[in-house]
Design a protein around this ligand. Structure first.
Ligand SMILES: Nc1nc2c(c(=O)[nH]1)N[C@H]1C(S)=C(S)[C@@H](COP(=O)(O)O)O[C@H]1N2
Ligand SMILES: [Mo]
Length: 334
């Protein structure tokens, strides 16, 4: 067994990241003010923050990743958790379109063309139609929602997302009563997304799905940002799904199509390995997913001796979602 000395903890990780960022922007504001800068726009602050996220040489389109978003408080936000630092949320990712290593997405997702962008709505709806990204951003007030995020690989984070309940969007889609499930499709263009590695050979385009009542649960989020700013590409810009009580792979990134259907839809990881990755994929410490035990998790971004956590049923969101699975055998029907 290794006995380590505590690593030096930067102050950014002792205070919550949002406090840190607030302080940082205030300091920056004072600095600019002192220098006599006429206008310190939100975009400028965003760009400065972004500079810490992207590799030199990566292209940033004006008004996209890093732009500050106007947000409101949400009663659905998770309290009492230390936020995972922005750096970790944006440098330790799963986004297989850009490679299978944790550092591939931040290295390679810079070229994802996030504007113009739209979501196509089809299937069992009153009238198929398309929503542009600017229309989506204005549909409802954007809320700050802190959620725990639990990957099936037994690591977790606490992420301050920005968005509104997916149900708000679904209402606009006017699904028919025959629609029992909803399927999501991620952007897929091998010419943009290929990196130097091999195609991992999963079922492209990346697709996911929820039962209609799961999709309508207020916790299910349509996310446009994190830490108060537009989503960095590696986190699924410009719009993604976030389902906090399920394993991370249910939260499809960079959504371009939503289809309302009658029967349980195909999903990428269920298709890849049905015995390990069920359609529901609720976080469940008593059902292991080979090669990972799901009893515990490692909280990313903390000193290593504080990382180990006991995994909670439904990732701790049981009060809000357990009713959805009444009568189901959660050890078998995962
Ligand atoms: N399109 C797409 N969406 C995806 C994935 C992916 O590879 N492609 N990975 C999933 C997995 S396994 C996880 S854990 C989360 C990671 O989100 P994050 O990188 O923003 O933390 O995205 C999910 N959504
Ligand atoms: Mo994951």
């Amino acid at each position: 067994m290794l006995i380590g000395t505590p690593p030096e903890i930067p102050s950014s990780e002792i205070t919550s990241q949002s406090e840190y960022l607030k302080r940082q922007s205030r300091r920056r504001f004072l600095r600019h003010a002192a220098a006599g800068a006429a206008a310190v726009g939100a975009a400028a602050l965003g760009a400065e923050r972004l500079a810490r996220v992207l590799d030199p040489g990566q292209t940033v389109l004006a008004g996209t990743a890093g732009t500050k978003l106007q947000t409101v408080y949400s009663p659905l936000t998770t309290t009492g958790e230390t936020l995972t630092p922005f750096y970790d949320i944006t440098h330790y990712n799963n986004f297989y379109e850009f490679g299978v290593n944790k550092d591939d997405p931040y290295k390679h997702a810079g070229g994802l063309p996030t504007r113009p962008w739209s979501i196509q709505v089809e299937g069992l709806v009153k009238k198929p139609r398309t929503f542009g990204i600017d229309e989506l951003l204005k549909l409802r007030p954007l809320e700050d929602r802190v959620y725990r995020h639990r990957c099936v690989e037994a690591w977790s984070m606490v992420i301050p997302w920005v968005g509104y309940s997916l149900s708000e969007f679904i209402q606009q889609c006017e699904p028919l009563s025959t629609a029992k499930y909803v399927q999501f499709f991620s952007y897929y263009n091998w010419h943009v997304e290929k990196w130097s590695g091999e195609d991992p050979g999963i079922y492209w385009p990346y697709r996911e799905g929820l039962r209609m009542d799961e999709a309508m649960n207020p916790l299910t989020l349509l996310a446009f940002g994190l830490y108060g700013q537009v989503l960095p590409n590696q986190d699924g810009a410009p719009v993604r799904i976030v389902v906090p009580w399920k394993y991370g792979y249910k939260s499809a990134k960079s959504i371009v199509k939503v289809r309302f259907v009658k029967k349980q839809p195909d999903t990428t990881w269920n298709n890849q390995s049905p015995s390990e990755y069920g359609f529901y994929s609720n976080v469940n410490p008593s059902v292991d997913t080979v090669p990972w035990s799901q009893k515990n998790e490692r909280r990313i971004g903390l000193p290593f001796y504080e990382q180990l956590r006991t995994t909670l049923m439904f990732n701790g969101y049981g009060d809000q979602v357990a009713y959805l699975y009444k009568g189901m055998n959660l050890r078998r029907d995962y």
